[in-house]
Design a protein around this ligand. Structure first.
Ligand code: GRF
Length: 187
């Protein structure tokens, strides 16, 4: 059984979807979810689903090698960022080379980089009247949203779509593809 550790800062709907997907199969399991936000909704999901959850602050995350040791202790085969907003420190990247992946709610290299997350991304897609958007799943390197792309999927954007409509379409793509891409990477 392969071990997946998820980092999430917000609602955690992707984290829950990934957890549920692997609960139904036997290739992998989500062994822990870590968050940098005490009030994140993902913590409620963890409690409801019985997933071990850990909170860490900025100091614990960037200030020492302890964080790397904590993660190593979880023995992850893959670390999955699912709506995680902090930049991953170099020691963690080096300790888990090609084992940290992120999902971005746009077709990178479009609309990536610091500050481009959530509805800001979908807003930019709408303002530019892009006819399509999508998701990008990529390896994590030392720059925001710049690691090698593993997978992309697209969806059409209608001129009548609101920012929320775009967000919904992108979330659907995330739910459909993210667990499968994780599974593929682990087998
Ligand atoms: C997703 O759209 C993901 O692509 C982005 O942050 C959002 C997280 O949503 N990185 P949720 O917390 O999984 O509901």
């Amino acid at each position: 059984m392969k071990r997946v550790v998820i980092l999430a800062s917000g609602s955690g709907s992707n984290a829950e979807n990934i957890f549920s997907y692997f609960k139904r199969g036997s290739t992998a399991e989500v062994v822990a979810i870590l968050t940098n936000k005490k009030t994140a909704k993902v913590l409620e999901r963890c409690e409801r689903l019985g997933i071990p959850a850990y909170y860490f602050n900025r100091e614990a995350f960037s200030g020492s090698d302890n964080f790397v040791e904590v993660i190593k202790g979880l023995k992850p085969d893959l670390i999955v960022l699912a709506g995680f907003l902090w930049k991953i420190p170099i020691p963690l990247i080096n300790a888990f080379s090609n084992k940290i992946i992120n999902i971005h709610p746009a077709l990178l290299p479009k609309y990536g980089g610091k500050g481009m997350y959530g509805n800001k991304v979908h807003q930019a897609v709408k303002e530019n009247s892009d006819p399509e958007t999508g998701i990008s799943i990529h390896y994590v390197n030392e720059n925001y949203d710049e690691g090698a792309i593993i997978f992309q999927a697209k969806t059409r954007v209608e001129s009548s779509d609101s920012v929320d409509d775009i967000a919904k379409k992108v979330h659907q793509l995330e739910y459909e593809h993210f667990p499968k891409v994780i599974e593929k990477l682990l087998t």
